[in-house]
Design a protein around this ligand. Structure first.
Ligand SMILES: Nc1ncnc2c1ncn2[C@@H]1O[C@H](COP(=O)(O)OP(=O)(O)OP(=O)(O)O)[C@@H](O)[C@H]1O
Ligand SMILES: [Mg+2]
Length: 294
């Protein structure tokens, strides 16, 4: 037998304890827009998700699309501002957000998985009222001697309630759900929700065993720019206060902490630019990012 064949067999055996441990459990995966740049990596992601499903794990994918939304807004000459990391969303911007997330990003992930033999179905917050939301109130502390100012960020939402019925129905049919982070407001309106928030709400609502956030950095970095492999709650809060964790990393870390509070066993922020990042994180001891444990 060739060395290569024997190495492959060994690799499969090494994955066995992890497969046994996680088979039958739900893993919620957030695929960040920033990690979706490269075609080969997108294919690697699709194959990883299919493999998880084939070994009896239930992957639920929530995707972002920040850079993709930014590009279309630019092409359409629609300017838009960011406040506290949140995109100020006018009705005109919301149309673009929905077009990009549901029409473009969601459909392309579903297509890629199906093209490689998986059974993916694209849904969003409106589907079976999956992601019920309300407008988010954003406050900004301009100076210490003044009360915080309330800023209207438009059609930006936060999750109020998740209705996992549609996910259970898909699981029953062995479909892989791919969720776009568009929520449905009290009057049936679409709200733009940060995908990290949607992922953590799904993880809590489904009692997932893991929440895995794939992004475009090695994980959470410290003040020297070095990877923190294990992050405690206390350290996470300290780094946010000091401003070491900032921008798009803030909702990610907060969502991990909330998911852990809700009973999810572990939350991972990993480097989506590494081929097979998902499999490496779930099926080996050497993760590829930062783990937060409950
Ligand atoms: N301490 C930190 N460690 C690592 N990254 C950090 C840190 N603080 C801020 N960041 C920033 O957070 C960014 C990741 O969040 P971002 O919202 O840009 O991507 P995403 O959530 O993966 O994609 P999307 O928002 O489209 O879903 C990194 O690219 C990095 O610039
Ligand atoms: Mg983000």
């Amino acid at each position: 037998m060739s060395d290569q064949a024997s190495f492959r067999a060994q690799t499969l055996i090494e994955a066995l304890p992890y497969i046994q441990r996680f088979s039958g459990q739900t893993v919620v995966i957030k695929y960040g827009g920033a990690a979706m740049k490269d075609e080969a990596l997108k294919t690697s992601f699709a194959l990883n998700v299919i493999l998880l499903r084939e070994v009896g794990i239930y992957p639920v994918v929530v995707h972002g699309g920040g850079p993709q939304i930014g590009r279309l807004l630019e092409r359409l000459n629609i300017s838009c501002e960011f406040v506290e990391g949140m995109r100020v969303t006018s009705p005109e911007v919301m149309d673009v957000v929905q077009m990009v997330l549901v029409g473009q990003v969601n459909t392309s992930i579903v297509g890629l998985i199906n093209q490689h033999g998986g059974k993916a179905v694209g849904i969003n917050g409106h589907s079976g009222l999956l992601t019920q939301a309300e407008k988010m109130q954003v406050t900004r502390q301009a100076s210490e001697d003044q009360p915080p100012e309330i800023i209207d960020v438009g059609l930006v939402g936060k999750v109020v309630k998740v209705n996992p019925q549609v996910l259970h129905a898909l699981e029953h049919g062995r479909f892989i759900p791919i969720i776009a982070p568009v929520g449905v407001g009290p009057d049936g309106e679409s709200l733009n929700i940060n995908a990290d928030l949607v992922a953590s709400a799904m993880a809590a609502g489904l009692r997932a065993s893991k929440l895995v956030l794939l992004t475009d950095t090695p994980g959470v970095l410290d003040d020297k720019g070095e990877l923190i492999t294990e992050l405690t709650r206390a350290k996470a809060r300290e780094l946010m206060q000091k401003g070491v964790i900032k921008g798009g990393m803030i909702p990610k870390v907060n969502c991990c902490l909330e998911a852990l509070e809700a009973g999810v066993e572990s939350a991972h922020i990993i480097d989506g630019r590494v081929p097979n990042a998902l499999l490496l994180e779930i099926f080996t001891d050497k993760g590829v990012g930062t783990i937060l444990e409950g």
